[in-house]
Design a protein around this ligand. Structure first.
Ligand code: IPD
Ligand code: CA
Ligand code: CA
Length: 264
């Protein structure tokens, strides 16, 4: 009974994420506007894809709260105390604007602060990452598992959180130390895909000094279902109602990156 319930939600989210991907996959960014500052951009497509996802989900799940990157302030939602879909219509907008063909759609379903199902879809590669809590996480049908690589031998993904001037020095410091200690680093431009790549064993770990719940909500579930760890930089559980630093990794890489981040 319970399985069918979450499977139905997941199936709906997958269909909607795939249809959303088709809406921007071959598009050129139009009507580019600034949000927080000149580095934080939004296009007509971010808004129209979110509208499509909202209308599709609200037709099927009219009582659920819909939280989307393009609909405003996080504080106006009570995500920790309600049943909600948390949506990033295009994660990797800067990639999209510049034609880099590396972005995804993120849709998470959460009950009272716990992510129960999640979908990250990269339409450029037809890469689908999905999970139901307690049932494993899957990449194009294959069970996801974190790798067991130390950062010395492994790749580490990271994000630059460029919208926040006050965090640039911290990112530089962590990056500088990681550059010495990791096999190599990758800044790909979509946190949703970065965390999915960590859960599926491509990256040993991932870090970014500040992300929003729509960037990491699916990632929480993917990491937990694939044997990895995901927390903020202090080791606290991520919450769905606020921005946060994010550290993810297999057990070993997580501990190594934790040390670098916390300077010990
Ligand atoms: C951004 C991407 C990027 C990360 C930023 C996010 P957006 O999301 O995930 O990789 O570094 O912090 O805000 O704005 O393209 O949806
Ligand atoms: Ca995002
Ligand atoms: Ca976005």
């Amino acid at each position: 009974m319970e399985k069918q319930f979450y499977q139905q939600i997941l199936d709906d989210m997958i269909r909607i994420a795939k249809e959303s991907g088709e809406l921007f996959k071959n598009a050129h960014a139009e009507n580019i506007d600034k949000k927080l500052n000149a580095r934080d951009l939004v296009t007509e497509y971010d808004k129209s894809v979110q509208e499509f996802i909202f209308s599709s989900l609200s037709a099927l799940y009219p009582s659920a709260t819909l939280v989307g990157e393009e609909s405003g302030d996080l504080a106006s939602y009570d995500v920790e105390n309600t049943v909600a879909f948390i949506i990033d219509p295009i994660d990797g907008t800067t990639n999209f604007i510049n034609g880099l063909a590396h972005s995804c759609v993120c849709i998470a379903y959460a009950e009272y602060g716990t992510v129960m199902a999640g979908v990250v879809y990269n339409p450029y590669k037809d890469h689908l990452y999905s999970a139901i809590r307690g049932k494993g996480a899957y990449f194009n049908g294959v069970k996801m598992q974190v790798n067991d690589t130390s950062i010395k031998e492994g790749l580490v993904g990271f994000g630059t959180a460029v919208y926040y001037d006050e965090l640039i020095e911290q990112t530089k410091r962590i990056f500088g130390e990681a550059l010495v200690k990791c096999n190599d680093l990758r800044r790909m431009g979509s946190a949703g895909i970065d965390i999915a790549l960590t859960a599926s064993g491509t990256f040993a770990g991932f870090f970014e000094t500040r992300l929003c719940p729509w960037d990491f909500a699916c990632g929480i579930l993917f990491m937990e279902e694939s044997g990895g760890i995901i927390t903020d930089f202090e080791g606290n559980k991520l919450q769905l109602n606020k921005k946060s630093s994010v550290l993810a990794g297999n057990e070993r890489a997580y501990a190594e990156l934790f040390k670098i981040i916390n300077g010990n």
